[in-house]
Design a protein around this ligand. Structure first.
Ligand code: PGA
Length: 244
């Protein structure tokens, strides 16, 4: 199976000029990694996507293993102030969309039902979906990890066929904390997810992934990683790609 390295820039950087510089540097380094089995998906903020993509597609130096994703989407069009629809993303030639990131769930109160609607709309229009699931520290301490993840999968994926779907296991306590999940623990979760959804859907790990720990997740059988903070540091991100 292909390996996926997803760079989630979150609400960074501050300007289009900085976004162009970051993408330019990543592209410069990645173009020499001749590994057709690695797919690198850059997910910048919505406002930068259009310009970054058109620059990228029109550049004479083509880097075919870099793709683009959005960090969120909305399931409808019309009177929904501030939202971005799946057709708008498709029109920009965005290929992927992250849905159900824990920051969306926790800060913006997205429910599994909303996640389900978003996934349906995204798949229907031909986007590939990266569904994020994960437990809080409290849930983990109470031994509820498996139940929480299974519930997120069951409701999030209700009525959905698994084509064009990737699952990212992102324990919330590991995100942005430097306290990554131990690969042995992550492996148990990977097996649980695989048991639930089968072997054909790529499963990624996310949460404080760095160049020094990425190999552990690949050894634990993950098909790739979702990288937040480290995707903003060119050298570190490129090392993650190389070590994955
Ligand atoms: P992190 O973020 O790599 O900064 O922990 C991961 C994520 O939120 O997807």
């Amino acid at each position: 199976m292909k390996k996926f390295i997803i760079g989630n820039w979150k609400c960074n950087p501050k300007s289009l000029a900085q976004a162009k510089e970051l993408l330019g540097s990543v592209k410069q380094e990645i173009k020499d990694i001749k590994d057709a089995d690695k797919e690198i998906v850059i997910c910048p903020p919505f406002v930068f996507l259009s310009e970054l993509l058109s620059d990228f597609l029109n550049d004479k130096v083509q880097v075919s293993n870099i793709k683009f994703g959005a960090q969120n989407c909305f399931w409808a069009e019309g009177a929904f102030t501030g939202e971005i629809s799946t057709s708008m993303l498709k029109d920009l030639e965005v290929e992927y969309v992250i849905i159900g990131h824990s920051e969306r769930r926790q800060i913006f109160e997205e429910t599994d039902e909303m996640v389900n609607k978003k996934i349906k709309a995204a798949l229907e229009i031909g986007l590939k979906v990266i569904l994020c699931i994960g437990e809080t520290n409290g849930e983990r301490k109470q031994g509820k990890t498996d139940d929480v993840l299974l519930q997120q999968l069951e409701v999030g994926l209700a009525g959905i066929s698994l084509d064009n779907l990737l699952i990212a296991y992102e324990p919330i306590w590991a995100i942005g904390t430097g306290n990554a999940c131990e690969p042995q623990d992550a492996e148990k979760v990977r097996l649980l997810i695989e048991q639930e959804i089968g072997e054909n859907t790529p499963i990624l790990y996310g949460g404080s992934v760095k160049s020094h720990n990425v190999a552990g997740y690949m050894k634990a059988g993950y098909d790739g990683v979702l990288v937040g903070g480290a995707s903003l540091k060119v050298d570190e991100f490129v090392k993650i790609v190389k070590n994955s």
